[in-house]
Design a protein around this ligand. Structure first.
Ligand code: ZN
Length: 205
């Protein structure tokens, strides 16, 4: 008898925090338990196919590449899964209201959904999909990388370059996990450089 029906399980946090590994672990456990499980991953281009979800600890799981929520609904209609996993859900295409409504609809139809995604972008601004879905979850885990500056739990993925686009494809080496204090310190330094203001480094400790 399947115990998990219509549950929303969310793994969120910054980059390098182990979200994808946790999603993979959940998917593997559901498969062992005999649930029909489909894993999806948004692709930022329009090609379909499969890809390995590759987490930083080098485990991998085959996932169906999709462009938007409509693709997921279509594939689910054809395959009737018990469990749907979506990695990098912040990149899933489709109108935000459609995504939320569709996920709620699947939950009401007793499909369990596992999501992994970034809670915030490089500037500390929440991604809308996680912002909307986190309160609706049954199980929510906020994962933490390690702050590269001070070694405490990281809070955000700080972008080391000046690129201000929200999504930079294939550029994980441009990011570093930082705690809130170190992130704010970096931002003040960057702002000071941008504004060419005099800055007292004594204020930045
Ligand atoms: Zn820190």
């Amino acid at each position: 008898m399947h115990q998990y029906k219509g549950k929303l399980i969310i793994h969120t946090g910054s980059m390098f925090s182990g979200k994808t590994s946790s999603l993979e672990k959940d998917v593997k456990r559901f498969r062992i338990a005999g649930y029909k499980t489909l894993a999806f991953k948004p692709t930022l281009d329009t090609r379909y196919g499969t890809s390995d979800i590759v987490s930083h600890d080098e485990t991998s799981l085959e996932a169906i590449l999709v462009e938007d929520i409509d693709n997921i609904l279509e594939i689910c209609r054809d395959n009737n899964p018990d469990v749907v996993a979506i990695d990098e859900v912040q990149f899933l295409g489709g109108h935000i209201e459609k995504i939320i409504k569709s996920i709620k609809g699947m939950l009401e139809n007793e499909i369990t959904i596992i999501l992994a995604g970034l809670d915030m972008d490089f500037s500390g601004t929440p991604f809308e999909v996680l912002k909307e879905l986190m309160p609706l979850s049954d199980y929510l885990t906020k994962h933490h990388a390690v702050c590269v500056k001070c070694g405490t739990d990281a809070w955000v993925s700080h972008r080391k370059t000046k690129n201000t686009e929200r999504v930079v494809i294939g550029a994980t080496n441009e990011y570093e996990p930082l705690c809130r204090k170190c992130f704010l310190r970096e931002k003040r330094l960057e702002d000071a450089i941008v504004n060419k203001n005099q800055v007292s480094f004594g204020d930045l400790k």
